[in-house]
Design a protein around this ligand. Structure first.
Ligand SMILES: Nc1ncnc2c1ncn2[C@@H]1O[C@H](COP(=O)(O)OP(=O)(O)O)[C@@H](O)[C@H]1O
Ligand SMILES: [Mg+2]
Length: 238
């Protein structure tokens, strides 16, 4: 398998703070890569650099072969992004928002594509509700739908399952696992270790901006180690 993401010495400094500190990492196509770390460890800042939303202070990366410094717009066209702050525009209905995204993405069969997601995530009855009046969980469903609407080869998702009820969570977890089986790739940021342990094929652990571990999940499982114990031990040592 080819590398879907290749990160070299990626660094972001805010004033005195090294939010992301010299991270080097490659992720192969077909991985469901869990990027784990406590709050404030640099996960979201990393995603923002990889998706062209902020510029690295140092270092570089390629996403599906494209350079993040030279081709940020192209990268945004080919990947899906589920941001951490899940707020679709207040003045559009849920359906209008999905259609709006579909138009920006230049999709055909817009109605069919968006209806699939309303049905799949079970919120057809919220289609005509203004986004500002949707519950947090429903807004999160909508953001999830827009991430996958154009059937991207690679998606970045930042803490995606927090406000979803258990039934939808299960559906989404199955969806993510199937998504990577066809050779597509997910970069999944979370501090919820249970979910990561259940679905990720590979993990990276970031702490105070530094990547302190990377490896396949099955190695941990083979050693009989629980992700939580392993994680706490590493963080303590760091
Ligand atoms: N725009 C910014 N300006 C200054 N500090 C920031 C900015 N964005 C993030 N940070 C800081 O960088 C660190 C990493 O944040 P973040 O990447 O959001 O962590 P995580 O997503 O792992 O919770 C935190 O200490 C955060 O306060
Ligand atoms: Mg974050």
């Amino acid at each position: 398998m080819k590398n879907a993401i290749e990160i070299k010495g990626l660094t972001k400094i805010f004033g005195e703070l090294k939010a992301v500190d010299n991270v080097t990492l490659s992720i192969k196509e077909g991985e469901l890569f869990g990027f784990l770390g406590p709050n404030g460890s640099g996960k979201t800042t990393t995603v923002k650099m990889l998706t062209g939303q902020i510029k690295p202070t140092k270092g570089n990366a390629t996403i599906l072969g494209k350079d993040i410094l030279r081709s940020p717009i192209e990268i945004r066209e080919i990947v899906g992004i589920m941001p951490e702050q899940e707020n679709p525009p207040s003045f559009l209905t849920a359906e209008e928002y999905l259609h709006f995204v579909a138009k920006i993405r230049k999709l055909d069969n817009i109605k069919e594509k968006s209806d699939y997601w309303f049905e799949f995530l079970d919120f057809e009855n919220q289609k005509n509700v203004l986004c500002k009046d949707l519950s947090r969980g429903t807004r999160q469903k909508l953001m999830f739908a827009q991430t996958f609407l154009h059937n991207p080869k690679l998606v970045f998702i930042d803490e995606p399952l927090i406000n979803l009820d258990p039934i939808i969570q299960k559906k989404v977890k199955d969806y993510l696992q199937n998504f990577v089986k066809s050779g597509r790739t997910i970069f999944f940021c979370t501090h919820v270790l249970e979910i990561a342990e259940e679905i990720c094929t590979n993990i990276g652990i970031i702490y105070n901006g530094k990547l302190i571990f990377k490896g396949p999940m099955k190695d941990l499982k083979r050693r009989g180690q629980h992700l939580e114990d392993f994680f706490l031990k590493l963080v303590k040592e760091a």
